[in-house]
Design a protein around this ligand. Structure first.
Ligand code: MRU
Length: 387
């Protein structure tokens, strides 16, 4: 079975799967410039914190490779790269992976400039350093996700003494899988790892209103991989815990993160906080799966996170493929449908912040971080250089 790929890259070429057309149509957009990447990210044809950062970094690598930088001096080359990255930074405000990637790329080209000082090919060395650093972000993300999957599955297995005879069920929210990353995924990566180890009984996924990343993308990924799974609306989570927790052995809610700040407060898709409150009430563990590229140690608490607000039409309208009278889906015909009085006032925050007190573990590619006796997360084991 072919693996799902949101991002197809080879040096000089970037293709991005249009997630707005999923699950009915698989169409890749060619993304060759920063402007195209900005538009792809802003319109959510690509979304998910790691995927946003990867597409932005690689789109600029492609344009550099294709000769977009007309500067001749090393200083002007750096100024050009900075200006393109600063522009891409404005595409979406909440996920910190993009900002971390930009800082890393700016540092990589500065190192190359210092090393190339006085050399006539200094500009080429800077461009090469950028392209290699951007490509490394893509490769590292996949490596990170595989490690998150393994650490997360091991942590949950230990918590519940899960085994093939006593597998666990989990609930996830939004889409954190191959489509939101370079592959495997973060929270969905843990679910994939549990499944491959025979430790997963069942995965529940929420619809994830208003953008339906759960019903459009996560349910598609789960079905694609043959993982036993069930879709619920966001509002059914309480009933799920109340009525099925014991029978289905529901052990954890596993979500991704757009930004984890220094005290462990976590911004993630709207509805995550509600699930964390419900999970605590029902004694279900609440696990955040996030690579260290999603951790922002500069921001002390969740109050410092800029939460994106999106357009009203995401609540008042919906689009999808047309369903024929016989129940089959015609992907060639799409329709946009009004589902509310179009004059109603709308508030549409794309994310919420889950307080660290409600989080049991934050699983990174370097291991699971849990709270100490003081009730605080300590990231020194996974990010010693920045703690
Ligand atoms: O608005 P989106 O679809 O970009 O939001 C995505 C999420 O909130 C994900 O849960 C998060 O980015 C983690 S993706 C591994």
């Amino acid at each position: 079975m072919a693996t799902l790929e949101a991002i197809k890259y080879s040096r000089g070429s970037l293709l991005v799967l249009d997630q707005l057309r999923l699950p009915h149509e698989h169409h890749y957009d060619v993304v060759s410039t920063s402007e195209e990447a900005f538009d792809c990210i802003r319109s959510m044809r690509v979304r998910g914190a790691p995927a946003i950062a990867i597409v932005a970094a690689l789109a600029h690598a492609v344009e550099l490779r294709n000769g977009s930088c007309t500067a001749t001096s090393p200083d002007d080359t750096l100024a050009y790269i900075d200006s393109r990255l600063d522009y891409l930074r404005e595409s979406r405000p909440t996920a910190v992976d993009l900002f971390n990637a930009i800082a890393l790329l700016k540092a990589a080209v500065r190192t190359a400039q210092i090393e190339g000082l006085g050399h006539p090919e200094a500009k080429d060395a800077i461009l090469r350093a950028y392209i290699e650093a951007a490509e490394a972000i893509l490769a590292k993300d996949l490596e990170n996700n595989m490690a998150i999957g393994a650490y997360g599955a091991a942590w949950l297995q230990q918590q519940y003494n899960a085994s093939a005879d006593r597998p666990l069920s989990v609930l996830t929210h939004c889409n954190t899988g191959s489509l939101a990353t370079s592959g495997h995924g973060t929270a969905l990566g843990i679910i994939r790892s549990l499944y491959s180890q025979g430790l997963l009984k069942h995965a529940y996924c929420t619809e994830t209103r208003p953008y339906n990343q759960g019903s459009r993308l996560t349910s598609f990924e789960l079905v694609y991989e043959g993982i036993p799974s069930t879709l619920i609306t966001d509002s059914m989570a309480g009933a799920l815990f109340a009525l099925r927790r014991d029978a289905m052995h529901i052990g954890a809610v596993i979500v991704g993160a757009d930004r984890v700040v220094r005290n462990g407060d976590t911004a993630n898709k709207i509805g995550t906080y509600t699930l964390a409150v419900l999970a605590r009430h029902h004694g279900v563990k609440f696990v955040v799966a996030a690579p260290t590229t999603s951790i922002d140690l500069e921001t002390e608490t969740g109050a410092g996170i800029h939460v994106e607000e999106r357009k009203r039409e995401e609540l008042t309208q919906i689009s999808g493929a047309v369903v024929n009278a016989d129940g089959s889906v015609d992907a060639s015909k799409t329709a946009r449908v009004a589902i509310a009085d179009q004059r109603i006032g709308v508030w549409n925050p794309a994310f919420d912040v889950t307080p660290h007190a409600l989080i049991d573990a934050i699983v990174t590619e370097k291991g699971a971080v849990v709270k100490g006796a003081n009730g605080k997360f300590d990231f020194s084991t996974v990010m010693p250089e920045r703690w």
